[in-house]
Ligand binder design. Structure first.
Ligand code: G3P
Ligand code: CA
Length: 340
């Protein structure tokens, strides 16, 4: 720093000889070996400079990423191709919402793995789709009570249930996982799309904060007030608004009014969601309109190849399927322009 404040007299330029600059006589002879060493040094310098520039450039990109999400989630959310999202795990190959279904989804290279959760009677978030236990467990055979609400049983009781045999004997004895157990497995290799079916925002946000996962998952719900609650508790947590929603009185909209439209998008924007999760009632225009507002459109639950191809034609951002390899197939067909 000091040298910038020296007066010209203090910095009087020395002659070439004084500076020891080579003249014809004192120029040392450079051997071929020396030349090679110098060339290598130059190469190393170029390599280091390039690496440094790349790192600095990379830093700029990292700096530009969405606030509050991990680099990997940011990268996934902004992939150029539509995302492959496993619905309740790879639920065509294993019992839905169980650890084997999640493991298979990871093996099928799903970009995100979707799951559903409820709270047990003692307030533990557990991974399950229906509000009663009869369809996907042996609860009725075991407890003989007909339709038993999940929320009426403690975690210890739920642990007794077999959530695999209904699907195939191959999965006999597979249990209902807690949300934490599922997250532990999925987050290792992918990102979880957590659908809240029941339970308060505080419990979920606290769990994710404790596990340092708030910036590495996407939370979605049909209940848009729940999303707004999450947003209040965690300013940056990525949110997805599921639709079509129900009317205020709990009734369904008639079929034609359930398509994604401007009015729904206006409401979704207010929740702070950045993803719209809709059924196939989307159009090319509504997808475009959502994307123009900076929203991603992920469509559920698509298990037929032709429908997946139609949706890709509409430029949706993600397809949620029980069968992730089918979505890969659709993407491959489309990339190869064999989508007719
Ligand atoms: O991801 C959206 C989709 O899972 C919503 O429907 O009933 O399968 O939870 P559902
Ligand atoms: Ca779901």
């Amino acid at each position: 720093m000091k040298r910038f404040f020296m007066r010209p007299s203090q910095t009087k330029r020395k002659s070439r000889a004084e500076r020891g600059a080579p003249n014809e006589k004192n120029v040392p002879r450079i051997s071929i070996r020396d030349k090679r060493v110098m060339k290598n040094k130059r190469k190393r310098r170029t390599f280091l400079t390039t690496t440094l520039l790349l790192l600095v450039g990379g830093g700029a990109v990292i700096g530009d990423s969405s606030p509050g999400v991990t680099e990997r989630l940011d990268e996934i959310m902004n992939r150029e191709r539509p995302l492959v999202i496993a619905h309740r795990g790879y639920s065509m190959a294993a019992p839905e919402n169980t650890l084997p279904a999640f493991e298979l989804a990871l093996l099928a290279a799903a970009d995100l793995v979707e799951l559903d959760y409820f709270h047990s009677a003692d307030g533990v978030p557990v991974v399950f789709h229906d509000d009663t236990l009869d369809r996907t467990t042996d609860a009725v055979g075991r407890w003989g009570d007909g339709k038993i609400p999940l929320r009426s049983r403690t975690l210890e009781e739920l642990r007794e249930l077999d959530a695999g045999s209904w699907f195939s004997e191959r999965f006999a004895g597979v249990g209902i996982p807690t949300l934490e157990e599922a997250l532990e497995l999925i987050q290792e290799k992918s990102v979880t799309l957590i659908e809240r079916k029941e339970g308060d925002a505080g419990t979920l946000i606290e769990l994710l904060r404790r596990r340092a996962m708030l910036d590495d998952v996407v939370i979605q719900a049909f209940d848009w007030d729940f999303l707004a609650d999450c947003r209040e508790l965690a300013a940056d947590v990525p949110l997805g608004a599921l639709g079509p929603p129900r009317r205020e009185d709990g009734s369904s909209y008639p079929y034609e009014e359930r398509f994604l439209n401007r009015a729904f998008l206006d409401r979704i924007e207010k929740t702070g969601a950045t993803v719209v999760g809709w059924n196939r009632q989307v159009t090319r225009e509504s997808v475009r309109e959502a994307q123009a507002r900076g929203l991603k459109v992920w469509v559920y639950t698509i298990n037929e190849l032709d429908t997946a191809l139609e949706l890709l034609e509409m430029s949706v951002d993600g397809i949620i399927s029980d069968n992730p390899p089918m979505v890969w197939q659709a993407l491959a067909l489309r990339a190869g322009e064999w989508n007719r």
